[in-house]
Design a protein around this ligand. Structure first.
Ligand SMILES: *Cc1c(COP(=O)(O)O)cnc(C)c1O
Length: 401
């Protein structure tokens, strides 16, 4: 067993750091299932998710499940066997979600991407215009693909659908972007949005969420994919026991409540700004490393570079996993590895949720030390570059009110 002193630096893109406040909120006994306290807590969690998804009209649901559970809920409530769904590939998660659709009896079709760019709304629009019969019943997209560190423009996708006058539902995976990057369910006419507790929402893994538009709720009456636990309509019951299709995940709700209090205290705009600022600093550090010629940021277009996670491609000669393993085993710093076709070819720095400047500077310093220890060529001075970025007064830490 290796001895570790001090705090472990968790820079994985999920699960993320759980604030002490949130951990402490769980240190209590279970309470009676039908108590007013629990019902009030559950109601407040469901209601307060709405402003986080930026929806007034939508309904929210909470599942005692990870993000994959909410994915299944999104598909099984809105679609029927054989329905065609269109997915634009920006990394592993869209493909995986559509793959789940296939297992459920849907017919996914992919628009392939190069994993270095976000969704091209024009390609999507052309594809939808060509679908005169409206065979596609849903468009699936991932706002921030955690494998590639790419954030796609949801508003542009909605515009492409509107330009093509296509009636498909818009289903958005916002798991890695919710409460880190601007997301507007109502403004962008998103029909089903999916989130999870363990990314920017700073909570333990184990809860996931869907926000559902009135249009998608109507579809749930027509959709014929089998569902029971995931069924939205059953969960709209007056009886609180049904909101979770059984016993509420009490301690995870205690945690979520505390985390949502923290979100409300900071304010979404400030949260987005903090993520932007910290992500800019990480990118400043990565550009310094890139000067050594052995690595570079995966996302090529500046406005598509995610504020939640940065994926760094490493020349295959050097082995990206070596950096991750060195940081993990010798430097108390957990990073993400490469996923899918980037497996062994990239490492990832997560920078979402409960994270601040010193944590970030520590992490960059750690990775740079790891690069040094592994003998991987890199420019030196990522921390200095990050400091310069953070010190830029044009990017204040807090929004002026
Ligand atoms: C983490 C993640 C998921 C999967 O969530 P799980 O909780 O691991 O099931 C889905 N989509 C995106 C974009 C993610 O980052």
């Amino acid at each position: 067993m290796s001895i570790r002193r001090g705090r472990n630096f968790l820079l994985s893109p999920g699960p993320t750091n759980i604030p002490d406040r949130v951990l402490r909120a769980m240190q209590r006994p279970a309470i009676e299932l039908h108590s007013e306290e629990l019902i009030g807590l559950a109601r407040s969690c469901l209601d307060d998710l709405k402003p986080i998804f930026r929806t007034r009209e939508g309904e929210t649901f909470i599942f005692a499940a990870n993000g994959h559970g909410a994915w299944e809920s999104a598909l099984s409530n809105s679609l029927s066997p054989g329905d065609r769904i269109l997915v634009f590939e920006t990394g592993v998660f869209g493909e995986a979600w559509a793959g789940m659709g296939k297992s459920l009896g849907l017919t996914p079709e992919f628009i392939t991407g190069d994993w270095r760019h976000g969704i091209d709304a024009q390609i999507l629009e052309d594809r939808l215009r060509a679908d005169k019969a409206h065979a596609f019943k849903a468009i699936l997209m991932v706002q921030t693909d955690t494998a590639t560190g790419i954030t796609s423009d949801v508003a542009a996708v909605r515009e492409a659908m509107d330009n093509a006058s296509h009636p498909a539902l818009l289903l958005v995976d916002a798991v890695a972007s919710l409460a880190a990057t601007d997301f507007r369910m109502d403004d962008w006419k998103v029909d089903v949005a999916v989130g999870a507790s363990q990314k920017a929402l700073m909570s333990p893994p184990g809860l996931s969420f869907v926000a559902v538009s009135p249009k998608a709720l109507e579809h749930a009456d027509k959709a014929t994919l089998p569902r029971h636990y995931w069924d939205w309509r059953r969960r709209l019951d007056e009886e609180a026991y049904m909101w979770f299709c059984g016993t509420a995940p009490e301690h995870l709700l205690f945690a979520l409540r505390e985390a949502m209090d923290m979100v409300q205290e900071e304010g979404l705009e400030n949260i987005f700004r903090r993520h932007q600022r910290l992500a800019d600093a990480v990118r400043a550090g990565i550009s310094v490393w890139a000067e050594g010629g052995a690595m570079e940021l995966n996302a090529l277009v500046a406005r598509e570079q995610s504020n939640s996670v940065s994926t760094i491609r490493v020349d295959e000669r050097y082995g990206a996993d070596r950096i991750r393993e060195t940081c993990e085993h010798r430097l108390n710093t957990s990073l993400g590895g490469g996923l899918g076709r980037l497996s062994g070819k990239a490492f990832r720095i997560g920078h979402m949720g409960d994270i601040n400047e010193p944590m970030l500077l520590g992490a960059l310093g750690s990775v740079e030390l790891g690069l040094e220890m592994c003998g991987i060529p890199h420019g030196k001075g990522s921390v200095t570059a990050a400091i310069a970025s953070l010190a830029d007064t044009k990017k204040p830490a807090l929004a002026a009110d």
